[in-house]
Write a protein that binds this ligand. Structure first.
Ligand code: GDD
Ligand code: MG
Length: 363
């Protein structure tokens, strides 16, 4: 079974995490987001995957190569300029001659794709859209269906008064190749504003597959942090890398954890990291590879990317710190802060709640 994953977007709402890192490469439990997604597709028998790339393609291509390390066949197509969600699929039309899946490259979910395919086949659908309930539909594509699941209307990012249901487009589709003929070649064209309205206007069968499985998109730093907390707290099934040192504590090889450090799970620590004396780590939290957590530092609910160094007595609370950051002694980083990569924070600084710092080498 084949799938196209759309990973060309700039991820602007996830900044500053996506200045130097494409959205699909931001680490989730110390592994690129896309690696989790590919693993999930593989579980459902999807092992022939086309990545449609545009923004910062190099790190993605370098990391994933031909997919053999993950046990899938991966091909990459880079767009010279963004073709939009449907235009990106049209661009790889030659490779798609059977029913196939399409995924937004920023969703993390447990939706049963096998059952969705059965639903699609039984209905004789041309396109099936996975639907998930959310609290705030206005930031998504809202999908109205009839009692049999047939889509009546698709409204992308509706104003609050136009919201008629909390079921939204989860960013996973099953598509019959014949609908590709409705998409113009070489032009920016989307599923959401272009293809779906067109199919509905024509009266072609488009169905919504409702699921209450875990679903989140990592569109913003808040959701990025929430996904980590959910995974660590067991709200979504996932196995963790590393050796289980205690209740909810997973540590990868080469780490040096001082015997006077205190660890309270769920915590994941990447390889070759050093945790100093009297440091306290309180989960849910993730420490990347090659990190140093200085003596007496206190971390609670934070996600720290690789190669970041915390001095002595640093306090991090429910925040995200990207890679290669140096945080001086006694600094305090409050809730909701997001620190882009390659930064140096001088000793004793106190970053108030919600501070976002852009990476040093950004434009
Ligand atoms: N190759 C390529 N080219 N990919 C693109 C392009 C493009 O021009 N534009 C966007 N993408 C990719 C993004 O990288 C992302 O993985 C996916 O397409 C969706 O784009 P987003 O920018 O994340 O869209 P959104 O989050 O505002 O809305 C979409 O997702 C919601 C669910 O998370 C829509 O599909 C909504 O209807 C949906 O509810
Ligand atoms: Mg998105």
């Amino acid at each position: 079974m084949k799938a196209v994953i759309l990973v060309g977007g700039e991820g602007t709402r996830l900044r500053p995490l996506t200045y130097n890192t494409p959205k699909s490469m931001v680490p989730i439990m110390n592994r690129p987001f896309l690696e989790h997604m590919i693993g999930y597709l593989k579980e459902h028998g999807i092992d022939d995957i086309i990545l449609t790339l545009c923004y910062l393609p190099d790190p993605i291509q370098r990391y994933f190569g031909d997919g053999s390390k993950l046990g899938v066949r991966l091909s990459h197509v880079v767009e010279e300029c963004p073709l939009g969600t449907a235009g990106a699929v049209k661009n790889v039309e030659e490779c798609l001659n059977e029913t196939f899946f399409v995924f937004n490259g920023d969703i993390f979910t447990d939706i049963d794709l096998t059952a969705m395919m059965e639903f699609h086949r039984q209905r004789g659908s041309k396109v099936s859209i996975a639907l998930t309930p959310v609290d705030n539909p206005t930031i998504y594509g809202v999908v109205e269906t009839d009692a049999g699941g047939r889509v009546q209307r698709f409204i992308e990012k509706p104003s609050p008064d136009a919201v008629t249901t909390n079921m939204i487009n989860a960013g996973a589709y099953i598509v019959e190749p014949e609908v590709l003929s409705y998409i113009p070649r070489g032009q920016n064209f989307t599923f959401e504003q272009g293809l779906f309205p067109l199919l509905l206007e024509r009266g072609d069968p488009v169905y919504g597959y409702q699921s209450d499985a875990y679903w989140i998109d990592i569109g913003t730093p808040e959701k990025y942090l929430k996904l980590h907390h959910d995974v660590l707290m067991g709200k979504v099934k996932k196995s963790f890398h590393g050796e289980r040192l205690g209740e909810g504590i997973w540590v990868e090889g080469g780490c040096d954890i001082h015997h006077r450090a205190e660890l309270e799970g769920p915590i994941v620590i990447g390889r070759d990291s050093v945790i100093g004396s009297r440091a306290r780590l309180k989960g849910p939290a993730v420490i990347g590879r090659y990190c140093t957590i200085g003596t007496g530092s206190f971390i609670e609910g934070a996600i720290v990317w690789q190669n970041t160094r915390l001095g002595r007595g640093v306090l991090l609370k429910n925040c995200v710190v990207a890679e290669n950051v140096v945080i001086g002694d006694r600094c305090q980083v409050a809730e909701g802060c997001v620190l882009g990569g390659n930064l140096i924070i001088g000793p004793g600084e106190s970053l108030p709640q919600g501070t976002k710092l852009w990476p040093q080498n950004s434009a």
